[in-house]
Design a protein around this ligand. Structure first.
Ligand code: NDP
Ligand code: MG
Ligand code: MG
Length: 332
């Protein structure tokens, strides 16, 4: 069983008199900066001068400065930039300003685990990773709750890394939900596997294949889209709220029977064997190397994937159907 920490296990005093520099103001950055500030922590935000994020952070009442200045001002420096730009920004603008006893923080282990960022020995290095997107980290905090987080200690130079990690998690609301202890290796490898095999790669390919099977058999694309893509949310919401049990309790007996007999015909021994190979590519660093090379050569695979998605039938049908449902995507 994982170690789990709550509010009473964490003490904000570990951040007293310290400055937290949040580098980046995107999905995670805005939530961390605003939550920590409202928890009474001194926060500065590090960005590129003149960027859209800069205006947004300033508009929210935060103190904004260039990345290097924020890294200099920060005793704790949280890196919330896209994973593929972190190493270069770290090298050029953060590393020169890390003093003895500072802490370097991450919300995902990729760059540390795969050796793209190698911090000096005299700083703490730890992860506080909310298990949800930034807007949820922010919204739950303003409602008095918090999104659960993972914490992991990579390097404990001060002897207080864990206490500081828990204090940071408390400042952004994480200990209200609960904080699970993990390692950089476990977080990185399971995160990559989950998004590739199940959440993003697995799910979209399954939906698209179902849609195309029905269309190829002569059914109307609009009907196929509703059945194989659109309704996924209804099922996932039930699983989110009450697990497979709640979902299977809510669907018809016909659907439940089909679920038991057909699911295993699709996810076969062959699929499971491929999942193991996907995991091995992550564990050996092959995926990380491929992704880093992808970024060095101008993201050809990402660009091709985006082009293919944009011109696909499933995208065209989806765009048309969503116009029939203006209530989708409306906030609040
Ligand atoms: P975003 O892409 O949402 O945020 C990017 C931010 O970084 C923007 O403010 C952007 O500012 C800034 N930025 C980009 N490039 C540079 C640069 N070269 N110099 C300075 N600033 C730059 O990132 P996320 O919040 O999605 O991800 C941050 C970290 O959190 C990652 O490690 C990710 O894995 C992790 N994470 C993300 C989750 C999520 O739900 N998104 C969940 C859990 C962890 P601008 O372009 O305006 O200059
Ligand atoms: Mg994830
Ligand atoms: Mg991820």
């Amino acid at each position: 069983m994982a170690n789990i920490y709550y509010d009473t296990d964490a003490n904000l005093a570990h951040l007293e008199g310290k400055t937290v520099a949040v580098i980046g103001y995107g999905s995670q950055g805005h939530a961390h900066a605003l939550n920590a500030k409202e928890s009474g922590v001194r926060v500065v935000v590090g960005l590129r001068r003149g960027s859209a994020s800069w205006a947004e952070a300033e508009g929210a009442g935060l103190e904004v400065m260039e990345v290097a200045d924020a890294a200099r001002a920060g005793d704790l420096v949280m890196i919330l930039l896209p994973d593929e730009v972190q190493a270069q920004v770290y090298r050029e603008q953060v590393a020169p300003h890390l003093e003895e006893g500072d802490a370097l923080l991450f919300a995902h282990g990729f760059n540390i685990h795969f050796g793209q960022i190698r911090p000096p020995e005299h700083v703490d290095v730890f992860m506080v990773a909310p298990k949800g997107p930034g807007h949820l980290v922010r919204r739950t905090f303003t409602e008095g709750g918090g999104v659960p987080c993972l914490v992991a200690i990579h390097q404990d130079a001060t002897g207080t890394a864990k206490a500081r990690a828990l204090a940071y998690a408390k400042a952004i609301g994480g200990t209200r939900g609960g904080v699970l202890e993990t390692t950089f290796q476990e977080e990185t490898e399971t995160d990559l596997f989950g998004e590739q095999a199940v959440l993003c790669g697995g799910v979209t390919e399954l939906m698209r294949s179902g849609f195309e099977t029905l269309v190829a058999a002569g059914y109307q694309p609009e009907v196929a889209y509703f059945e194989c893509v659109h309704e996924m949310k209804l099922i996932v919401d039930l699983i989110y709220e009450g697990g497979f049990e709640r979902m299977r309790h809510s669907i018809s007996n016909t659907a439940e029977y089909g679920d038991y007999v057909t699911g295993p015909r699709l996810v076969t021994d062959e699929t499971r064997a491929e999942m193991k190979r996907v995991l091995r590519d992550i564990q050996t660093g092959k995926f990380a190397r491929d992704f880093l090379l992808e970024n060095q050569v101008g993201q050809p695979t990402l660009n091709a994937g985006r082009r293919a998605t944009a011109s696909s039938q499933v995208a065209e049908v989806g765009a048309r159907l969503r116009k029939m449902m203006p209530f989708i995507g409306r906030k609040g």
